[in-house]
Ligand binder design. Structure first.
Ligand code: ADP
Ligand code: ZN
Length: 817
């Protein structure tokens, strides 16, 4: 009997691919193991076994596999189920899903670039001959592709050798390497143990009698430790004993003092912070019980709890009960909220059992978490992660929590699979027959709608923890302030007054401006021309720091011009304002206080936003200026005032969710104010204080917002009343995209009639030299979603069989919001 395997290749092939295997291999192989296979003329790939069978392929002759790479499956049966759902729901291939799910180091292929791990000293004798040959080659060249390596060692063995070298950490797979963030360490000192006995101590003081300054330091150390049992900071010791740090250092060098470092956490639940003993408030407790009760007959429950109501603590209790049953818990968060803040908070409770998984981790770190989850290791019982954590190989999942479920960043836009992690999480939970908890202070309309429809249960928590009042929100009318000349730059007199007051009382301030860069666009006051990106058909933005014009899409940049390119007058002006300008104005208004900025530009570096969050948390910064990054579940204790510089630009954003999103953003950013004890204050500056959304924000009226927005969604046929699939065509030739899009839209109209919108060029119609054109398919509840997708796929297939259109890229985006 002949033996075959169907495999998934990490490329967008519509189907499985079949290879032949020997009987022995058939005995050994199981679905979910990786094999190395030849593909096409010369390529090699890591492929995942899906099925072992005896049906030869009809259309081609099956090639033999090269090697088996694993001795145990790397992915589980349940994962396959989820992958198949993803591929079919989001209209992509299993290869797309495979690539998104597996860490890079698991997917070796001809193009994979490897290099030597220089941080490790390798003992040559520990390497086998073929391993050594690769290692040796990497001494002559800094990096090699796997293709290159097949000329050194036999092709069939290339991937297994690479895999072994990776496991020995002799080599690394090339990727963007992010250093892991190290939380801030504080330096402490104590007396060396040798001086514990009184006699030794006396001898010490005796011996220091001729070094009075050093003696003084030791005496001060005693008097501080007599007052309090907590460890003694070096800074404290220096201050109290009036010594220099050189004196402390010499004491350390002489081994009289011993230095040690303690990680400083924001959370000091109690002073000798051992494992904190979490006690829920009465409201939290009732909420917890309600959730558990609702789970009896609902698979998904939405926790609608105001900002700072202590949702995290409720999650912790739920996770604890899952761990008690020896099951795994998945806790999803938007990437940005995954800072040390939250990780620390959870590690305080669950210690070693917490594993973190997100895109800033290196492939090696991700491989480690993957293996721990797969082995159901005690080190990965609580998995906190962003979007992609939903794709981990869970063994015995007991609960899924999706925090900040309204967050837009749960949706992956590029590349495929264009999945929504919240919705995928619910499907994952179904596969495990377990429950999902969604949490938010500002639920998405679609989740709230699902509650109204009875699909989800809901529990509300309307009080903040510790009975802190919700912040007082005040709208400031900019038109009026301008008219009465009460503005300084972009700051109204009200905002300046509140800021002055807040700073005087030692509190911190957050200023929110939903835009980055200095003045975004440059405009000629004479002819109206503004400089454009030559590749993207979008205005360039001005960056003061480098005196540069930059494209936010492709990174094109040029020096800021002195005169207009079009009319040559020097009447250039910057319009609008971004975070950078706010930062500058604040520094001018409050020169004695420290200002920092948090946006894409300032958080790009290695430690990204953690650095800024850390500095703000430790009070090194008084005023933090930022974009929506500031809104995502951050918990600062000392912020009393939040200022929104301009609410209008987000309300006017050209998107059907702009109002819903503005409501969410504004309430979330307001929620950063006054989270402990003192009531917070929020000032929202706007030209349109009577805008309904702003009224609803200022009265925290979610329900009114919901009903009003739902009316619009009904009228304009949008989510969640209608479902949407966006089809984008891309090509560098403008005319080609046009004719292609017309053809595609026409074919769709034949089937879906008025359900088709477009084709339309998006506001930015050229990105990286490619023209984009969009078609939107609106699908009413009464129309079958699977059938709709089938029809679209059929049209897409005919489309790509037209010779003229073959080069046009078609992107299908299901639920494109
Ligand atoms: P949310 O996620 O709902 O915005 P958090 O969970 O961040 O709120 O809680 C707000 C603040 O209150 C946090 O600083 C948190 O540590 C504190 N807190 C909430 N519940 C408790 C509790 N039961 N015991 C101690 N502190 C709590
Ligand atoms: Zn560009």
């Amino acid at each position: 009997m002949l033996n075959f395997i169907d495999v998934i290749l990490p490329i967008p092939l519509p189907n499985f691919f079949t290879y032949s295997i020997t009987i022995a291999e058939a005995d050994f192989l199981k679905p979910g193991m990786r094999v190395s296979v030849p593909f096409g003329k010369s390529k090699i790939y890591t492929a995942l076994v899906h099925e072992i069978h005896s049906r030869p392929p009809v259309l081609y002759e099956a090639k033999e596999i090269h090697q088996i790479l694993d001795d145990k499956p790397l992915i589980t049966e349940k994962q396959f189920d989820l992958w198949k759902w993803l591929a079919s729901y989001y209209m992509c291939t299993l290869g797309d899903v495979m690539r998104a799910a597996l860490p890079n180091a698991f997917i070796l292929e001809s193009e994979t670039i490897i290099y030597r791990n220089t941080s490790l000293t390798i003992n040559d004798s520990e390497l086998e001959d073929d391993e050594f040959m690769v290692y040796e080659a990497l001494h002559h060249q800094s990096s090699l592709t796997i293709q290159d390596i097949t000329s050194i060692i036999d092709k069939k063995n290339a991937l297994p050798v690479i895999k072994r070298l990776l496991e020995k950490e002799v080599i690394l797979v090339k990727e963007e390497v992010y250093a892991k963030y190290k939380p801030k360490l504080v330096r402490y000192v104590r007396l060396d143990k040798r001086y514990a006995a009184d006699q030794k101590l006396n001898e010490l003081l005796e011996s220091l009698s001729r070094a009075p300054k050093q003696r003084q330091v030791i005496m001060t150390l005693f008097s501080i430790s007599a007052k309090s049992k907590s460890p003694i900071k070096v800074s404290e010791l220096i201050e109290e004993s009036d010594a220099s740090s050189a004196i402390i250092k010499s004491l350390i060098d002489k081994h009289i003092l011993e230095e040690h470092f303690i990680q400083t956490d924001r959370i000091e639940y109690d002073d000798d912070s051992e494992t904190p003993n979490l006690k829920l408030s009465e409201d939290q407790n009732n909420t917890l019980n309600d959730i558990v009760q609702k789970f009896d007959n609902q698979d998904v429950v939405l926790l609608h709890g105001v900002t700072s109501s202590g949702k995290t603590e409720i999650y912790i209790k739920l996770i604890q009960s899952v761990l008690n049953k020896n099951k795994q818990a998945l806790y999803l968060l938007p990437e940005i909220a995954l800072t040390t803040q939250l990780v620390q908070r959870l590690q305080d409770y669950f210690g070693e059992k917490v594993a973190v998984y997100h895109s800033k981790y290196s492939s090696n770190e991700r491989v480690e978490v993957w293996k721990q989850v797969l082995q159901n290791s005690t080190k990965a019982q609580v998995i906190i992660g962003a979007r992609s954590a939903v794709l981990l190989p869970f063994q015995d999942l007991g609960l899924v929590i999706v925090d900040e479920e309204h967050e837009q960043s749960y949706k992956q836009f590029d590349p495929a699979p264009r999945y929504h992690a919240r919705d995928t999480a619910i499907v994952l939970a179904n596969i495990f027959k377990i429950k999902t908890l969604l949490g938010s202070a500002t639920p998405s309309l679609e989740s709230y709608y699902n509650v109204q429809q009875g699909k989800y249960g809901m529990v509300e928590l309307n009080t903040r923890y510790n009975d802190v009042l919700m912040p007082d929100i005040e709208l400031v009318d900019l038109k009026d302030k301008h008219k009465r000349k009460r503005m300084k730059g972009h700051f109204s007199d009200r905002l300046i007054a509140e800021m002055t007051d807040t700073l005087k009382n030692g509190f911190q301030i957050i200023l929110f401006q939903n835009r980055r860069g200095f003045s975004p666009i440059v405009e000629c006051q004479t002819c109206g021309h503004s400089p454009q990106c030559p590749n993207c058909d979008v205005s360039l933005t001005y960056h003061q720091y480098r005196d540069q014009l930059r494209c936010h899409y492709c990174g094109f940049n040029t020096i800021m011009m002195k005169s207009c390119e079009a009319c040559e007058t020097s009447n250039l002006d910057t319009k609008g304002f971004g975070t950078q300008q706010v930062e500058k104005e604040v520094s001018d208004l409050f020169p004695d206080y420290k200002v920092a900025r948090m946006d894409l530009d300032t958080t790009r570096g290695k430690y990204g936003y953690e650095k800024i969050i850390d500095a703000f948390q430790h009070g090194e910064v008084d005023i933090l200026v930022g974009t929506q990054m500031l809104t995502k579940g951050l918990d600062f204790r000392n912020v009393k005032l939040v200022g929104v510089m301009n609410a209008d630009n987000m309300l006017n954003f050209p998107d059907f969710r702009a109002h819903e999103r503005s409501f969410q953003l504004l309430l979330q950013v307001s929620g950063r104010a006054g989270r402990t004890k003192e009531r917070g204050k929020v000032l929202i500056q706007t030209y349109n204080p009577f805008h309904k959304i702003l009224q609803q924000v200022s009265t925290n009226n979610y329900l009114e917002m919901y009903h009003e927005q739902m009316d619009d969604r009904h009228n304009f046929k949008y989510l969640p009343i209608y479902r949407l699939i966006k089809i984008t065509l891309k090509h560098r030739d403008y005319n080609k995209v046009n004719t292609g899009a017309d053809w595609f839209a026409k074919s769709l109209r034949n089937v879906f009639k008025q359900g088709v919108l477009g084709p339309e060029f998006p506001p930015i119609s050229r990105i990286r030299n490619q023209y984009h054109k969009n078609i939107l398919v609106k699908i009413p509840k009464t129309q079958s979603l699977p059938k709709t997708k089938e029809a679209i796929i059929k049209i897409n297939n005919s489309f790509s069989s037209v010779k003229d259109f073959r080069a046009i890229r078609v992107v299908l985006n299901v639920d494109n919001y």
